[in-house]
Design a binder for this molecule. Structure first.
Ligand SMILES: *Cc1c(COP(=O)(O)O)cnc(C)c1O
Length: 474
């Protein structure tokens, strides 16, 4: 070994020595010792690897102790808090898949607590005193709300799509328009789901135009399903044509084929009544005659992660019998949250007021402007003129693959903290407690008011306080 390298390695302190050191004491005091030791060991190992991998001529003459201390402090601080934790979504994207999609309604949280903190009747029929099905708790609500004959809940919508294809079309052909072969968020690619389900994909039409006769020409004795996928996160604009669901349904009927629609977001309320773009609702899709409709629980519905499969009694019964259903079943936390969420939909005004996702979607512009002004005032008073704040018009998004082209006009606070570059300020906000997720636009950090929840406003100031404290220390 190079002698310089050996010297540096010798300069690395021992684990015990570090754990006893007064500089780390404030951090190690609250941590279980084995957990603190594991962090220290990990940081030391990374340093050892780095020294070992460095060409001799680039090695420093002495160990950079300050850098090592900082890394240890960061690692121990991170080990003290949960990895999965609350953040403030200041991006203006409402259904943000990376930020946990839909925040739950208070009623849903309440129900999760009630059910999960105690024993419950998850699979117990109280009337008969015998084993029941976890699927029984939601079916009544779902059929009432949507007009479906039957319903099944699984872990997420990708699972619902896979289950449907596997049950109804394993080894058979599924016809889908080329313009609907979607990828959603990188992890859901329809051709790949189709492959693992055992169904055989048969594309019809072209990327921009697909007609009914394209489907009809492709039907063979091997065809099982006509599948329609809602192009959630994109639109093909201009010279386009897709077949309307009722036409696909009549074609399906005349050839004895099932028609399945993957709605993606799955909305129970006609949003065009609230000044938003029209998304087909679950009710309309069922009414148009789809045999099975699939959608997510945590997108526009505003509930927990889940996949909902609604349709005819006969088709849903076939899904239930598939052994995969057992592997994809939802847990009690999901079912409790989903039931409470669906109950809110029994009265539309209640759903709009109580579900954070729908509330954010329909927040009036003057309300956003008022909140922007109020927050800007507090920021100016506390940290002006070092932290500069302006109010800007901003465009939010629905996200989660719904209404992809619909800009949601709103207001944002544009922050700058010279001499920090906006990217540096964005990074500091991201590492604040709690983390604030913002975006950089036109040389400033934008905090979009639309997705900042009412209870976040005070916490946002606490996070800013931390960032400013650190800034002033230098
Ligand atoms: C989001 C989406 C899915 C996947 O749903 P998850 O609940 O995230 O598994 C499937 N299909 C479409 C059209 C979607 O928009």
């Amino acid at each position: 070994m190079d002698p310089k390298c050996a010297t540096l390695l010798r300069q690395l302190p021992q684990v015990d020595e570090l754990l006893r050191h007064s500089r780390l004491a404030p951090l190690t005091a609250s941590l279980p010792r084995p957990w603190a030791a594991a962090q220290v060991r990990r940081v030391l190992a990374a340093h050892r690897d780095k020294i070992g991998a460095c060409p001799a001529e680039e090695l420093p003459p002495r160990l950079n102790e300050e850098a090592l201390w900082r890394e240890l402090e960061q690692a121990l601080a991170a080990a003290a808090r949960p990895s999965l934790r609350r953040v403030i979504n200041a991006t203006g994207v409402i259904i943000h898949t990376n930020l946990g999609r839909s925040p739950l309604a208070a009623a849903a949280l309440e129900q999760v607590r009630e059910v999960a903190a105690h024993y419950n009747n998850l699979e117990y029929n109280l009337a008969r005193g015998e084993r029941g099905s976890r699927q029984d708790h939601l079916e009544g609500l779902l059929t009432e709300l949507t007009g479906a004959e039957a319903a099944l809940v699984v872990n997420n919508n990708a699972a619902a799509v896979m289950l449907a294809l596997n049950t109804l079309a394993q080894g058979k052909e599924v016809l889908i328009s080329r313009g609907q072969l979607v990828e959603i968020g990188g992890s859901f690619r329809l051709p790949e789901i189709m492959a693992v389900s055992g169904a055989i994909l048969k594309e019809v039409g072209t990327t921009n135009k697909t007609y009914l006769h394209d489907y009809e020409k492709a039907i063979t004795t091997e065809t099982a399903i006509l599948l329609k996928v809602h192009p959630s996160n994109f639109r093909i604009l201009g010279f386009t044509h897709e077949v309307a669901l009722p036409d696909l349904v009549s074609l399906g009927r005349s050839y004895g084929l099932l028609v399945v629609e993957d709605l993606g977001s799955g909305c129970l309320i006609d949003l065009s009544r609230y000044g938003l773009e029209k998304e087909p609702t679950v009710q309309e899709t069922l009414k148009a005659g789809a045999d099975l409709v699939l959608f997510s629980g945590d997108k526009l519905l505003g509930g927990p992660q889940a996949g909902l499969a609604l349709g005819s009694r006969e088709v849903v019964a076939r899904l239930r019998l598939n052994p995969l259903t057992r592997a994809l079943r939802p847990d009690k936390l999901t079912l409790a949250a989903l039931e409470a969420t669906l109950r809110l939909y029994l009265e539309e005004p209640q759903a709009l007021a109580a579900l954070p996702t729908l509330r954010m979607l329909t927040r009036p512009l003057p309300e956003l402007a008022r909140q922007a002004r109020a927050l800007a005032r507090v920021i100016k008073r506390r940290w002006g003129p070092r932290l500069q704040v302006k109010i800007r018009l901003s465009e939010g998004r629905v996200g989660g693959g719904a209404l992809p082209l619909l800009p949601l006009p709103g207001y944002a606070l544009a922050l700058s903290l010279p001499p920090l570059a906006p990217q540096q300020l964005e990074a500091r906000l991201r590492q604040a407690t709690p983390p604030v997720i913002a975006r950089v636009e036109q040389e400033a950090v934008l905090l979009d008011l639309r997705t900042i929840l009412p209870e976040d406003r005070q916490v946002l100031l606490t996070a800013l306080q931390g960032v400013m404290g650190q800034f002033e220390e230098g």
